[in-house]
Write a protein that binds this ligand. Structure first.
Ligand SMILES: [Zn+2]
Ligand SMILES: [Zn+2]
Length: 338
């Protein structure tokens, strides 16, 4: 089978032929149809973060495909079913985090395309209990970005406390932000979209943002405070200045949710204002299997639209450059069918 492999953090990925993987007792082998490109894959391939993957490895944690073979102990899915392989490859299932709805914080988790081989390949192995079924009627090319970009922003909205009538700022309207904006609208919030490129600002308007702010020419905090301040701000832009601006846009008692992970990212908080304003700053990492099932249900109901473009896996290195240049206004998805 064909796979895109990282051999060295400083070298391009190599497309190579690998043997078809055989599933263990708890595993399924998935024939990948669609595999989304998440910014995390680029950080993984470059070894950008404090905890690094060990080359050689196959990136990819937005894998969607058909279960082709299953180990003897797999009960949760059947051969022939379409499933998603998300970032949470598996977790211990027994710790306090796992049993209290926070499996994404399990210390013994494995991560697809990082600590175990991921979905930048024609076939991938995955844990039968941790793949998430994709409902009929969802295009696999849409399901792929929903498996990380979708569930990550959906969860961020949940933890932000957004409710009908609250004001929610979405900082960065890219692969994640365009979905965050839609989830904020589904929550019934008044939405404020912030970006620095014309096409993303236009996309925000097209998706129905109530307010659109161009951070190149407008001061985000001033504009949002004039509206009464944001109850919640979701920080998705990979930039320290956007974190600062989102913090400054909060109203008293507001919540800043950090999601984007700039290499060496830092946020400086004025303690006095944070205390007096009762500001909450929280981090949010992906979502649970149940969160992803909810994301798929919303999409099957026609409530969300995924903006994406398809690419060939052979072009993976050019696609990384395309994303790093900031010129892509959609999620890129590798089409591995046929
Ligand atoms: Zn991701
Ligand atoms: Zn656990």
């Amino acid at each position: 089978m064909k796979a895109a492999v990282v051999h060295d953090f400083t070298a391009p990925l190599v497309i190579e032929d690998r043997p078809l993987p055989e599933p263990g007792p708890h595993q399924v082998r998935v024939r990948i149809e669609a595999s989304g490109l998440c910014h995390t894959d680029i950080h993984a391939a470059h070894g950008d973060w404090p905890v690094q993957p060990s080359p050689p490895f196959v990136p990819g944690h937005e894998g969607v495909g058909i279960v082709e073979a299953a180990g003897d102990l797999v009960r949760h899915v059947r051969v022939g079913e379409r499933v998603a392989i998300p970032w949470l490859a598996d977790a211990c299932g027994r710790c306090d985090q796992c049993v209290s709805g926070w499996e994404t914080l399990c210390l013994r988790q494995h991560n697809s395309g990082y600590s175990v081989d991921g979905a930048y390949a024609q076939y991938a192995l995955a844990h039968g209990d941790y793949v998430v079924p994709v409902p009929d009627g969802i295009d696999p090319m849409d399901a792929a970005p929903l498996s990380c970009a979708g569930v990550t922003t959906y969860k961020a909205l949940k933890v932000s406390g957004a409710r009908p009538g609250t004001r929610v700022l979405i900082s960065g309207i890219g692969g994640l932000g365009h979905l965050a904006l839609q989830y904020a609208r589904i929550c019934g919030a008044e939405t404020i979209a912030v970006d620095v490129t014309d096409d993303k600002l236009a996309l925000a308007r097209d998706l129905g943002a109530d307010h659109v702010i161009d951070a190149r020419t407008q001061d985000v905090a001033t504009e949002v405070q004039a509206l009464g301040g944001a109850h919640a701000a979701i920080a998705l832009a990979v930039s320290n200045t956007s974190f600062q601006a989102a913090y400054g846009a909060l109203r008293r008692g507001g919540t800043l949710v950090l999601v984007a992970l700039p290499a060496g990212g830092k946020l400086e908080l004025p303690v006095f204002e944070t205390v007096l304003n009762g500001t909450k700053v929280i981090g949010s990492i992906v979502g649970t299997r149940e969160d992803l099932a909810e994301v798929f249900r919303l999409h099957a109901l026609g409530r969300t639209r995924v903006i994406r473009e398809t690419r060939r896996l052979e072009d993976v290195n050019a696609c990384f450059d395309e994303v790093l240049s900031g010129k892509v206004s959609a999620r890129l998805v590798f089409d591995l069918r046929g």
